[in-house]
Each structure stands twice: as C-alpha cells, then as structure tokens.
Ligand binder design. Structure first.
Ligand SMILES: C[S@@+](CC[C@H](N)C(=O)[O-])C[C@H]1O[C@@H](n2cnc3c(N)ncnc32)[C@H](O)[C@@H]1O
Length: 214
C-alpha cells in the first residue's frame, strides 16, 4: 500500500502515492494487464477490481474531481494501512480527451464504461459517450483482441450504442465469459437501478484490431 497524499485541485494528473507525470507513467504500462473504468463515478468497480487483482493496473477516470476525491477516500478507508492501493490510479480527465490524445495506442486490455449518463432527451444525444465517432478512439486504445464492456439501464441508449459499435466494423460480440472475473461487481448506479426494480444490461465486445482482412 502507498502512503496518503494530498490531491491536486486542478489540472491533469495520475495519482497514486505521488503525482506522476504521464510521460513517466505510461511506459510502465507495457507488459502489464491494464484496465480502464471510464466515468468511474464513486469508483466501486475500479476499487473492487484493483483489490481483487493486485497484479493488474487499474485506471479510474472521471471528469469530476469531487467524485475522484470520494473514491480516493473510500479506497483509503477500506485499506488496512489507510493507504491507496498500489495498482489503482486516478485520472481527472474528460473521456474523449483521454481516449483521443492522452492514452497511447493499444495500451488497454479492457475498457469498462458502466452506466454512463444516458442523456435521454433527443436534443442532448450529442453528449452521449457511445456516439459513432467514439468507436475509433475506443479501438485505438485497446490492444488487439481487447475487450470493451458497456452497461446501461437505458434501452434506447443500449440500442443506439450497440448499433454504433457493431456498424463500426471495429468490434465483434465477445463471449460473456470475458467478464466472468468481474460479473459479480456492481457499480453504485447499477445498485441504484436494481433497487428501483430496473434491469441493467451488460454488453461485451472484442476489438478486431490486428485481424487480417479476408
Ligand atoms: C451516471 S455516472 C456512473 C458512474 C459509475 N460508472 C457507476 O456506474 O456508478 C457517470 C459518471 O461519468 C462521469 N462523466 C460523464 N461524462 C464524462 C466525460 N465526458 N468524461 C469523463 N467522465 C464523465 C460523471 O462525472 C459520472 O461520475
């Protein structure tokens, strides 16, 4: 476990036991299993994943600093020595920025986007993360054969997102077993929807990057 550290108020950072410059951090990801919880909210998924698999690198990203502060506090409160998990890193960053500019190509084994804001009003459709132009960015940061995991309670969003993923030609449906090691982990929003009697659907796709065209 790493030592407690203050959290910066603004700017872009990777946080664990100290602030790490991204240029120093990213090369260390090579040869590691790396997972990203994008829009991690209060971080239940990222914290559970990092605790369960200490050999994996888990990136928890959210645009809201206040949410990340809560995740940091929660993970410290849950640890034996009050420190952060060594393999859990926090990024305060906008999702499109992270996937289009910040992360290098082919660095992630799995990307999880869980219960993102559905933006149900037609006029807000453009705010949805799972738009067609986001598919190429997801594919870019996944390793060949990497897994994209998406969940939502919102059926129109599920249908629109699935259509975008599948018509992109960049992914194929993956065996649900690709998530068997995390299928019991519920995020805060998923628990909320389930408590309200709603159902939450999980979809999993595999990147086709690296496949030879026939
Ligand atoms: C509905 S919450 C879901 C949180 C968590 N995944 C869960 O299932 O409990 C959506 C989260 O995504 C974050 N978010 C929304 N738009 C984002 C963006 N463009 N970039 C990064 N994070 C974003 C919000 O701050 C919020 O924490």
């Amino acid at each position: 476990m790493a030592k407690k550290t203050p959290i910066p108020d603004s700017g872009f950072f990777i946080l664990n036991d100290r602030y790490v410059l991204l240029d120093d951090f990213l090369p260390g990801l090579q040869d590691r299993t790396v997972e990203l919880d994008l829009g991690c909210g209060k971080g239940d998924f990222a914290v559970a994943l990092a605790s369960r698999f200490p050999d994996r690198v888990v990136l928890a990203a959210d645009v809201m600093l206040g949410r990340l502060r809560k995740v940091v506090r929660k993970s410290m409160a849950g640890s034996e020595d009050g420190g952060l998990l060594d393999n859990l890193y926090f990024l305060r960053v906008e999702a499109r920025h992270l996937l289009s500019i910040v992360l290098p190509d082919s660095c992630l084994d799995r990307l999880h986007i869980l219960c993102p804001d559905p933006w149900p009003k037609f006029k807000h459709k453009g705010h949805r993360l799972l738009s067609s132009d986001f598919m190429a960015q997801i594919c870019r940061v996944l390793k060949p054969g990497g897994i994209f995991h998406f969940s939502t309670d919102d059926v129109p969003y599920l249908n629109a997102a699935s259509k975008n993923v599948e018509t992109s030609g960049l992914f194929e449906p993956a065996d649900p077993a690709a998530l068997s090691d995390v299928s019991d982990i519920r995020t805060e929003f998923e628990m909320q929807w389930l408590a309200q009697g709603k159902s939450v659907t999980h979809r999993v796709w595999r990147s086709r990057k690296g496949e030879k065209e026939s």
